[in-house]
Design a binder for this molecule. Sequence first.
Ligand code: ATP
Length: 227
Amino acid sequence: MSASSTDNGPLGLLGGTFDPVHVGHLRLAEEACEALQLAGVCLIPAGTPPHRPVPLASGAERLAMVRLACAGNPRLTVEAFEVCSPDKSYMVHTLLHLREGLGPKRPLVLILGTDAFLGLPGWHRWRELLGLAHIAVANRPGSTPGARSWPDALPAELAELADGRIESDPAGLRRSPAGRIVPFEMTPLAISASLIRDQLRCGRSPRYLLPDSVLDYIRRHHLYPGA
Ligand code: ATP
């Protein structure tokens, strides 16, 4: 696998459709790295995502965009496992695969925006995820409840999952390989891949919402209507 194995510190994992990857994803990875003292973050583009419509860009194109976006940042690596697998992309399978390569002891930290965290009960075998990794949750504009009102304001299933597992000290992530839930604050960025696709469709420029190299790739390959 391509994830950093040279340092045994907690490794962040950021899954997503990345249709396309944008600055919100990159700041999420960078700020998680700093706030949670991670050894690095591995971005994992989904192959066929089970929870949402089929992405407009193919798996190979989304992988290429994520590789371009991460180029030059030694903290970021890219994992092609989901894109290369013929099966649907389920995070539980990906974590099991990563555990095979990294062993049972390495702390793994699944990084989610609040919207993704709130959707967790819809994920395949979601209750098993905390047996395989910690979960870190970043604020995202438009998605509530914020961590200050946890666990009371969470939907019942998540409140139950979070009960006794919320960790405020990032150092706590080093003490075990999995099982804690850590909220953290990132610079609020109201950027989404849908916003970028909409702007392209309307003939507007999404420049500076995503890396220039990714926008060039989108235009060169006419990946989205209007690009
Ligand atoms: P779309 O608009 O197509 O739904 P998206 O921008 O939400 O896409 P995804 O690839 O679905 O991007 O997101 C992957 C992960 O990144 C999710 O955990 C999501 O919560 C998080 N994320 C995406 N954008 C942001 C952002 N601006 N701030 C915080 N987290 C984000």
